[in-house]
Design a protein around this ligand. Sequence first.
Ligand code: GLN
Length: 468
Amino acid sequence: MIDTLRLTAEEAIGLVERGEVSPAELHAAYLDAIADRDPELHAYLHTQPEPSGTSIPIALKDVISTKGVETTAGSKILAGYVPVFDATVAARAKAAGLSLLGKTNTDEFAMGSSTENSAFGPSRNPWDPERVPGGSGGGSAAAVAAGLAPWALGSDTGGSIKQPAALCGNVGLRPTYGTVSRYGVVAFASSLDQVGPVARTVRDCALLYSIIAGRDPADTTTVELPQPVALPDAEDLKGLRIGVPRELNEAEGIEPGVTDAVRAAIDLAQELGAEVEECSLPRSVEYGMPCYYLIAPAEASSNLARYDGVRYGPREDGATYREMVERTRDAGFGDEPKRRIMVGTYALSAGYYDAFYGQAQKVRTIIIREHAELFERFDLLVSPTSPTVAFKVGERAANPLAMYLSDLLTIPSCLAGLPGLNLPCGLSDGLPVGLQLIGPQFAENRVFRAAHALERALGFDPVPTRLR
Ligand code: GLN
C-alpha cells in the first residue's frame, strides 16, 4: 500500500529508483486517492489515466499549457482549448521524467484568492471542506495537502502560490522574477507572473525548483541561475540576520492566532541561531495593494485582448466581427476578469495613463528600493503569509475588496520581484498558519536553507487533521 498522504516527492523518487514501485503503480495510487477524495475537494479539472514518464507524477495548475491536454485557466472562454505545445515548465517536468497527473483548478485567469472565481466551481480546503483552499492556485495546494499529488506547479502574480500554500499547510515558492520561464503559461500580468513549486517539504520544493528554473530562449525575461540549486540540509540558522518588518507583521486584519504562530516560529529561528531584529517597510505595505491593483489589471487588460473568439475556445455568433467578439467575450469571461479588464483599460487610457499606470510604476520603484535597502542589513525578511487562516466558502466572494486583502502581505515582495516561500508554522483553530520568508533576488538557496532548518525544528505535520 502506498500512503500518498505521507509520501514526499523525494521518498517517491527513491521508491521508483530502487524499483520498489513502478511509475504506473504510483500513478494508480494517486488516481485512487483522487477518486476517493477529489469529489469533495475538486482540486482537479482534469486527470490523466496513464503515466507518461519514467519517474513520479506531478500536477500542473491549469494555466500551464500542456500539449494535447485541455488547458482552460479556469475560464469558459478557453473551454475545450487543447494546446499544440508544452509550456517550458511542462516540457522541463517531462524531460525530468515526471508524468502529468492532471490539471488543477484555479481562479479564472488566476484572478482571485479562493478559487471561487473558477468557471468550473470552487475547490475546497482539505483541512475543512467548508473553507477555501486559497487562490488562485487552490487546486494545486489542495491536491498536495490531501495526498492527491506528490507535488505540483502553481503560478504567482500577487500571492497565488504562497497564499494557498499558507491556507493548505504546504510549502510553496514564488521564485525570483525571471528565474522561471513564462513561455506557454496563460498570461495574467506579465511583469509579475512567475511559476513555482508547491510541495510537502522544503527539500521537495527546492528539487522541483531546480527542475523548472533557468534561462529559456523562448522567454527573454529569464536568466540563468547565478548558482545551482542546493538541496538544503542545514539544521541551524547561525549567522543569518532576519528582519521582521513591522508593517507586514502588525498590519490591521492579521488574526491573533496567526500572529501567535508566526511569533513562535520567529522565536524558534532565534533559538536556532538567527539574529532577529524588527525593521520597517514604511511605504511598501501601505501602497502595495493600490499599486498592484493598477499594474496587474492594466497588464491583464492587454493580455486578455487575445480572447476574441477567433484564436481560442468557443465562439458566440454575431452579425458582424465586432458583434461576434463582444458576445464571445461577454459570454466567455466571468465577473472578475471583466472587472479587471475595465479597470485596466481605464488605467491605460489616454489622459489617465500618467495619473494611474505611470504613477503606479513609480510607486513600484519605491517598493523595490525599500526592499533593497533592507537587504543591505538583513539576509531574510519574515512575516505571516496570509493575514487569516482559511476562510469559509462564500465569505468573501461577494466583496472583491475583502478578497483582495487576502494578499496584503504577499503583494509587496511580488511587486519587488523577490523570492518568497510559505512555510507552514503551526495551527490556529485547527487550521494551518503560514510563515512567509522573503529573500533578495536570486537568494532561493538561502531561503531554502533557512526554511528547511525551521521546518525540522517546527515539526509541523502537513497531513490535514481530519485525514490522519
Ligand atoms: N489574489 C491576487 C489577485 O487576485 C493574486 C493572484 C495571483 O497571484 N495570480 O490578483
